[in-house]
Design a protein around this ligand. Structure first.
Ligand code: UDX
Length: 451
């Protein structure tokens, strides 16, 4: 929304939310305190906030005054009932639709921006039309393809904008209005219009394909480790084929983030629902391979440290699911920590942007989902320490695991770190970001992914 406000000064953008502290954070004078860390975002907010971008908790006013409403609430994986652990929980979307229907006094275009499984637009429309007093609602689907850490650039120079609309006259008029907004900065040929279900399913498919590439290269990383091939060499060799392309072939400890796993689970759920078990199993394997990759990494740490990490200090460098974000949703680091905590390790964490509070919340979230006893919980929580200084985090460690690819890790005084560690000093580079040769020269016992 801030980029729309930036590129369209003639449009007023109101962002409304029920959470007052979140809105207060977005209104914070200190732009370093915005609730989301995203390179370039504070500049966009500085330019637009108070000009044509406003943050408020007055949802009803927001609905009444808008000609177009973007539903951008979260759609987490269901944690209860039918479809538990797989289907998207559409509770928040439905509540939004009901509130719009209740409050609106004139025609509205409602845009679904949240990632939703196919056919949700129809559900939104049914709720809107059944609850309103002769008001016309058009529903559009406009999935978001930005990636965290590069969001502003992805929005400024989008590969494509996708808009799905209903196949009738109203739908086409609404579609044109949204096209006109993006056309302020996106070349028209990059704005793709489709039928609404194709648009909804395209988002799930794009994420499934991207995640599949990572699981594919990660599966090969396991084979490389057995055979003496190098996965990065393979990635650049195959990526040079223009049919394959070079992006998203970086082997890693596994993919994380709020989208890939959730969207694939949704796709799998949809396939099962439509009685396509073979298709469901096909896509589910992408997730299984990712779980295997995370587990394989932790297992390698335990095996290399002479089959026990009990009481040993293991330092995780990075907690965010990728660099340049403070988002930790589904971060592989969290699962590596979880495995090692169950092996009785002492886990020390340093991340340049993730707060201690968030790290503890993530572990508690895993604890709550796994029905540990109170004693186990206390023991696990007592064995995790969060640091604000990376050198302290690594002092007297038995092993270091790089779980996020933050650039600053490359610039550390690695000789000093080596001198202060127990020997042999192990590094497990889950992102292949450190210079293996340099590390080995210093004296580290160094293991990368797929090497
Ligand atoms: C993703 C999609 O890229 C984006 O289009 C969609 O809108 C939302 O989901 P995001 O989750 O923000 O974006 O990050 P992305 O850059 O795709 O990375 C996802 C995960 O895959 C990260 O954990 C990342 O470290 C990992 N990854 C990515 C790899 O392990 N290897 C790669 O080659 C690329």
């Amino acid at each position: 929304m801030s980029v729309i406000a930036q590129k369209c000064p003639h449009i007023t953008v109101n962002v409304v939310d029920i959470n007052p502290s979140r809105i207060a954070d977005w209104n914070n004078e200190d732009l370093d305190k915005l609730p989301v860390f995203e390179p370039g975002l504070s500049d966009v907010i500085a330019e637009t906030r108070g000009r044509n971008l406003f943050f408020s908790t007055d949802i009803e006013k927001g609905i009444r005054e808008a000609q177009m409403i973007f539903i951008s609430v979260n759609t987490p994986t269901k944690t209860y009932g039918i479809g538990k652990g797989m289907a998207a929980d559409l509770k928040y979307v439905e509540l939004c639709a009901r509130q719009i229907a209740e409050v609106a006094t004139e025609d509205k275009i409602v845009v679904e921006k949240s990632t939703l499984p196919v056919r949700t637009a129809q559900a939104i429309r049914t709720i809107l039309t059944n609850n309103s007093k002769n008001i016309r609602f058009s529903v559009l689907s406009n999935p978001e393809f930005l990636a965290e850490g590069t969001a502003i650039n992805d929005l400024h120079f989008a590969d494509r904008i996708l808009i799905g609309s209903e196949d009738d006259e109203d739908g086409k008029i609404a579609e044109q209005k949204l096209v006109d907004i993006y056309a302020n900065w996106i070349p028209r040929e990059r704005i793709i219009t489709t039928r609404i279900w194709s648009s909804e399913l395209s988002k799930l498919t794009a994420n499934a394909f991207l995640a599949q590439r990572i699981s594919s290269i990660n599966s090969i990383s396991a084979l490389c480790e057995k055979t003496g091939a190098d996965v990065d060499e393979i990635a650049s060799a195959i990526g040079a084929d223009s049919r394959i392309g070079s992006k998203f072939l970086k082997a890693s400890v596994g993919f994380g983030g709020s989208c890939f796993q959730k969207d694939i689970l949704n796709l799998v759920y949809l396939c099962r629902h439509f009685e396509l078990p073979e298709v469901a199993d096909y896509w589910e394997q992408v997730i299984k391979m990712n779980d295997y990759q995370k587990y394989r990494f932790s297992k390698q740490i335990v095996e290399t440290l002479f089959n026990t990490v009990n009481g040993k200090k293991i330092t995780l460098l990075g907690w965010a699911f990728k660099k340049d974000t403070n988002d930790t949703r589904e971060s592989p680091s969290m699962y590596v920590a979880w495995d090692l905590l169950h092996e009785q390790a002492e886990i020390h964490v340093y991340d340049p942007k993730v707060s201690k509070d968030q790290i503890m919340k993530d572990i508690e979230y895993l604890l709550n989902g796994n029905y540990e006893t109170e004693d186990q919980k206390t023991s696990i929580l007592s064995r995790i320490t969060v640091h604000s200084d990376p050198y302290n985090a690594m002092k007297e460690a038995h092993g270091i695991a790089v779980t996020t690819e933050w650039d600053e890790f490359k610039t550390y005084e690695w000789k000093t770190i080596y001198d202060q560690m127990y020997k042999p000093a192990f590094i497990f580079d889950g992102r292949n970001v450190l210079d293996a040769e340099k590390m080995r020269k210093i004296g580290f016992s160094f293991k990368g992914i797929g090497k």
